[in-house]
Ligand binder design. Sequence first.
Ligand code: ATP
Length: 216
Amino acid sequence: MTRPLAILGGTFDPVHLGHLRVAWEAAGALDAELALVPANVPPHRPQPVASAAERVAILEAALAGQSRIGLDPRELARRGPSYTIDTLVELRGEIGAQRPLVLLVGADAWAGLPTWHRWRELFAQAHVGVLARGGVAVAEPDELAREVTARRTTDVADITAAPSGRVIEIGVTALAISATRIRTLLAAGEQPRWLVPDALLAVPALLAPYRARGGS
Ligand code: ATP
């Protein structure tokens, strides 16, 4: 059986230790290959402070020196909105029909899943791994709970045994770190030490966009 491919999407403006630690733990829990998938933010939405190229440079520096977590920049190359369903369909075409694919989502994003474009189709392409931070129960609207009751599992073997369709909660360490806080610190001329990998502080140019353009 091939190892699952798991993806974690986000703005990563910038990536921080909260993202990296949950990605690391989820990859370990699922024995999966993991890719971070930075989102292309459509023009009508508030834009990230750093450009796509700047966010990629930061991600590459953060991920250097390990191979458990990779980077998949495909959404940045796409024009217009990046819908997760499109990314999953594309990945499914590349990895074949049989390999397990897991979409990782934070508990907050999970609760909002019914607002996502073609959300019911996600389960035909991938499993969903809900990142439960610090054992806090994950809230679910009724519409979502109804859709996923039969899909739920607590057994990782169910994820490796099928290409898609199951929902599993993955307990991860809660680190109260947000990109917003890091942008605020940088805009105030402070160092986000111990909130981001040291590699990002070692090269001043990497986080310079946040110092120059201010926080938001
Ligand atoms: P911002 O502060 O700009 O809103 P963010 O820090 O929440 O950003 P995102 O890029 O929006 O970062 O997050 C991408 C994914 O990582 C989401 O699924 C989110 O739930 C998860 N995530 C963000 N911060 C943490 C954290 N501290 N611990 C665990 N997961 C996190």
